[in-house]
Design a protein around this ligand. Sequence first.
Ligand SMILES: Nc1ncnc2c1ncn2[C@@H]1O[C@H](COP(=O)(O)OP(=O)(O)OP(=O)(O)O)[C@@H](O)[C@H]1O
Length: 432
Amino acid sequence: MTESTKSKDESMRSHLGKSGPVYDGIEPGELGEVTESVQDRVRQLESRNSFLEEQCSQIESEKRYLENQKIKYEREIRKLQSELDRMKTSPLIIGTVIDVIKNDRIIVRSSNGPQFLVNVSQYIDEKKLLPGAKVALNQHTLAIAEVIPSTEEPFVAAMEVFESVEVDYDQIGGLEEQIQELQEAVELPLIDPERFVRIGIEPPKGVLLYGLPGTGKTLLAKAVAHRTKATFIRVVGSELVQKYIGDGSKLVRGIFEMARKKAPSIIFIDELDSIAARRLNETTGADREVQRTLMQLLAEMDGFDKRKNIRIIAATNRPDVLDPAILRPGRFDRLVHVPMPGVEARGKILEIHCEKMILAGNIDFKRLAKATEGMSGADLNAIATEAGMFAVRKDKEMVEMEDFLEAVDKVSMAADTQKMMPVTLPETTMFV
Ligand SMILES: Nc1ncnc2c1ncn2[C@@H]1O[C@H](COP(=O)(O)OP(=O)(O)OP(=O)(O)O)[C@@H](O)[C@H]1O
């Protein structure tokens, strides 16, 4: 041991006390080694500590995650429980408020027809109980259990509204006479109503287009809407009575309201026969529903001013089944037959539908027109598309005559098969 180490040990001894137990049996020279091993131990413990702290925080975060999961599952259980409860409760009957006698006595019509005088749950906001409101009725007492919030959705879904239509007369092949009739009966009264006033005649209120499917009835109505810059509102009769059961008459009211709001407007009712077919007696609830829809349509038509800027065009493939009430003066008082295209019109229709296609120089439209005897405008449109598809399939630069001839075969075969198919039953038909 050197002199300097000795004096260091001695000064430490004097600092810590000469006979402290820590230093019993330890030679002064060994003190440095002991300190080092203690420091090692401390380091070990420190790293163990930080490892445990890390583990602890990991476990904490796992705990938090599990707690969140627990809350989530509890919420899900509550949701499923309430869903289960809902499933177990007896169904409510849907009805419509007809009249409010006193605030707690209401006349409602259930969706299957009969009317009832019923009570109202005290928790229902009386202000919502207006005629026409949809309500849910208790199955046993028929008391009003809740008012179903009215949505605009059925109205929106039931009609197509076009603020501007992009079809013009030059996109219609043939049908020159029909276009002229529509110009007089629909276009002129919308554009220049004063002309009718000066002469002292009333313009026709409604125009009925009748003819086989695909002959261009919708196309004609759209072209008139385009010329008059009117809003075009299209509704399909069969949808009104089949898809929106119980709402048909309300929808008719909604359609006329929309037409007034968006005037000038043209209401186009496709498949008019679905709501206006003559019937001998109303036997079923569905028949009565159709009748109510028709009544509402007649009431709306009778109620609006002919010189106001709303026109009605309807279309049907079955004019023979229509209720004569719909054809009375002041209703659909102008009938326009839309025939199948003749040979010249067929050539024109084909040319119209090929306008944007790249064609080879050998296309003989006259020959194609002759080869498409008995085909409608819709069939001719399909031929143009099919011819284009044949050219695409063969990776050609342009559509050639042979593609058109193949397309004629294909479309006429499809049309023949369709004619042979059994008549499809309406969606609502049920077999017992
Ligand atoms: N005269 C025509 N000129 C040009 N295209 C026509 C003509 N007729 C029919 N088409 C084509 O056929 C398609 C269907 O025609 P549209 O919907 O007008 O027939 P529709 O008579 O209303 O048929 P439906 O009675 O089945 O409703 C049109 O989109 C158009 O492409």
